[in-house]
Write a protein that binds this ligand. Structure first.
Ligand code: HEC
Length: 108
């Protein structure tokens, strides 16, 4: 009986954690690791500015805003894909935030 209880509790917490931290959409997950230059060639200054606004409005709700310069493009690519669903951003907003962060990331 004890074993069953453990299984049920473990299963329930896994489900709970997954619903709190949903996975990013397929579109977001499929975005490749891009360099600063590649990002700047693909997004206009206005789009990067929009990404900045979304970042400022949506990424400081649970923790302090993280400085873009703290991470390399590779590190941002990984982290921001985890954070996009947490911030409840749609694919377009997610892409802009990711582009903004990579455009201002640390030189690797
Ligand atoms: C719903 C709450 C929530 C929102 C909104 C959120 N985060 Fe987070 N973030 C967390 C939690 C919880 C952690 C610590 C645990 C972890 O790393 O998963 C974290 C950790 C981080 C870290 C440090 C961990 C690492 O891998 O370096 C960075 C950087 C980060 N968030 C960036 C962002 C960005 C960018 C956004 C906006 C797109 C964002 N966060 C929006 C909850 C949130």
């Amino acid at each position: 009986m004890k074993k069953l209880k453990v299984i049920i509790i473990t299963g329930a917490s896994v489900v709970l954690m997954m619903s709190c931290f949903p996975k990013a959409s397929k579109v977001i997950r499929a975005l490749p690791v891009e360099s600063k230059e590649q990002i700047k060639a693909q997004y206009t200054a206005a789009q990067l500015e929009e990404g900045h606004t979304i970042f400022t409005n949506s990424c400081g709700k649970c923790h302090k805003l993280k400085e873009p310069g703290l991470k390399t493009p590779e590190q941002w690519n990984k982290t921001v894909k985890r954070m996009i669903p947490r911030a409840k951003l749609n694919d377009d907003q997610g892409k802009l935030v990711r582009a903004y962060l990579i455009a201002h990331s640390k030189d690797s």
